[in-house]
Design a protein around this ligand. Sequence first.
Ligand SMILES: CC(C)(COP(=O)(O)OP(=O)(O)OC[C@H]1O[C@@H](n2cnc3c(N)ncnc32)[C@H](O)[C@@H]1OP(=O)(O)O)[C@@H](O)C(=O)NCCC(=O)NCCS
Length: 457
Amino acid sequence: MSASASGPASSPTAPAALLPPLPSVATATPIIKPTDLRGILRYVPRFQGQIFVLAIDGAIVADENFGNLLVDIAVLRSLDIKVVLVHGIGHQLSELSRQRDIAISNVDGTGPTDAATLDLAIRASSRVSHAILEGLTQNSLKCAITNAVRALPIGILKGVEQQHTGRVDRIDKDFLTHLIDRDIVPIIQPIGYGPEGHSYRINSDLLAAEVGEALGASKVIYLGALAGLEIHGEIKRDLPVERLRQILKETPGAVSPVALSKALNAIRALETGVARVHLVDGRIFDGLINEIFSNEGVGTLIYANDYQQIRQARRADVRMIYNLTRAAVKREELLYRTQATIEKNIEQFYVFEIDENIIGCVTLAFYADKPQLAEVGSLYVLPFYQNRGIGRKLIEYACLRAKEKGATQVLALSTQSYSFFTSVMNFDEASPAVLPEARLKTYAESGRNPKVLLKTL
Ligand SMILES: CC(C)(COP(=O)(O)OP(=O)(O)OC[C@H]1O[C@@H](n2cnc3c(N)ncnc32)[C@H](O)[C@@H]1OP(=O)(O)O)[C@@H](O)C(=O)NCCC(=O)NCCS
């Protein structure tokens, strides 16, 4: 293990650490507005103490935006988000091969690695790790290059000896946790070490997924020279993992070849417990921060199914929904709906089930005269189950459904729980003028005078 100990990490949760980034060649005006800060701080309690694995391609370490990316990493640390860096070396390996006129057997660690390629890979790896050490030092972050990845040779695949290409045998979780707990950022090279001391080349996308699993990371973020995950020529902004799995099974050619390794390893990470995988263009100024701290994001988010317990309501659920919401109607938290009205609009209801009991619900409605707008309503969670994230999941799920159906904005009308929508779900207060004409009429007639809340998807 070699370590750089260059002074203390930034103090946790100090917004003062959100300093303007280094001058960037990628953009002219590096200004963080107070509104951006407020936006970021909304997410802080959610991410504090969590582990994010950042997988940085070699091409990004060589990019002119790398200095800004390091500042973004320092911002994450200052917000008490724990960071582990896994880096690639493809770019540097190709460069060394050209400079020294040595042919390489494989560039990304997915095919056979001959002895000459392994030698260049080790050199490329120390160059990249060194650049990261320098950059983190410049940002007052302590870091350490580790031998936490135990590797074994892959062996023979389809009759081909893979030579010095390895697979992960074991990640030394205790070692990495020990560093993280002491505010030291672990740097993991795409080289693993066999028990006999031999080095093996490992693909860094795969390694990041494995590290994410071992550490129970909440996010793996791939920072490459890609605008996001391109499917059928179009960059997807968010995608459930089942959908990606289905696409890769049915039409594998739909995923652009340059993103394939990241797509496959994203699935691997999500299948082993990582909740979110992002693909972000590491060449974009503020790309990492925007991806993490904004609703829209700038790359692609692939997410595990957090919503298994939510399903569309059926006619048989009408009585249960009616009984469920009765108490909230009495307290004027919800609008009164007869059983007949619930039944008539049953396809708008989604319910949250625990052991086949409905304990929460939400509605999602669309307007013929304003198809880009959807409305969420009748949000209710039984008191015993409140404050466990169920209300948030119901709204997130309704927003995903709305987006899938082509809506660009979601609105909610609320009399008593508007601060749930504004402070927890990032809705903004809006004027009733945003309501479609017919809805404006029922809004006025209800006499409840709810606040109008709007969220852009
Ligand atoms: C509003 C409601 C759906 C929230 O559901 P929930 O499952 O308890 O919410 P979650 O667990 O996902 O979120 C918890 C967070 O929301 C906040 N929150 C919960 N109810 C809130 C409310 N009425 N106003 C403001 N914030 C609220 C909690 O303080 C907590 O914040 P934190 O994460 O910063 O600690 C639930 O309280 C409820 O059913 N209330 C009665 C019905 C109602 O008012 N519905 C809204 C009609 S528009």
